[in-house]
Design a protein around this ligand. Structure first.
Ligand code: ZN
Length: 200
């Protein structure tokens, strides 16, 4: 059995951290009364992800706000964004919320989770060292067309939107032309077609 003293002792002295994940998970569980679903934990992680939050602050100011301002639907004054319709009565709120929900579901249903893809690649880019070793392994050539004449890009074999990681074995070198031709839905590992060993 572990009591609060053990827990604090573990957190203070024994927990070895390579990221903030462990204390974040424990804090969330304690706040939730001791039990949480994996999804609840993921939402708490997202809310604590300062890089993600800043990225969205920037995104919000650059993209939806100016468009909605041009349509006279919202106004922004510094950090404050306001509906021009003001604070709606409860019944009206439900109608507007349902209309928004409908458009969100429809869009995500059509485009899939790749709607959120760009956030992942910008918030967590491939580390320089990994990038370099992928390019070295490819011998400076595109893994598909073998050209050494065009700039090479490091491509995620399983896209970030589908859970692909920045691990070296999920990366391959593609020239810009081949990379453009590879859609997000196609998780082809061109190194296999090449017969280039993936574990070299
Ligand atoms: Zn190529």
């Amino acid at each position: 059995m572990v009591d609060a003293d053990d827990l604090v002792d573990f957190i203070d002295r024994r927990m070895r951290m390579s990221h903030v994940y462990q204390p974040l998970l424990l804090r969330t569980l304690v706040e939730a009364g001791g039990t949480a679903t994996v999804r609840q934990l993921a939402i708490a992680f997202l809310a604590a992800d300062e890089a993600h939050i800043r990225w969205y602050e920037d995104r919000i100011k650059k993209m939806p706000v100016p468009v909605l301002e041009r349509h006279g639907v919202v106004v922004r004054d510094g950090d404050i964004v306001r509906l021009t319709a003001g604070a709606l009565p409860i019944r009206e709120r439900a109608r507007v919320r349902a209309a928004c929900e409908h458009r969100i579901q429809e869009f995500v249903g059509r485009r899939g989770l790749s709607v959120w893809d760009y956030t992942l690649s910008e918030v967590a880019p491939v580390p320089e060292r990994t990038r370099y070793s992928v390019l070295v392994r490819a011998g400076g050539r595109c893994s598909l067309c073998h050209t050494a004449e065009r700039p090479l890009q490091v491509d995620h074999i399983v896209p970030r939107s589908r859970g692909g990681t920045n691990d070296e074995d999920n990366l391959q070198a593609l020239c810009d032309v081949c990379n453009r031709g590879k859609s997000n839905r196609d998780a082809t590992d061109f190194r296999e077609l090449d017969g280039i060993a993936t574990d070299s």
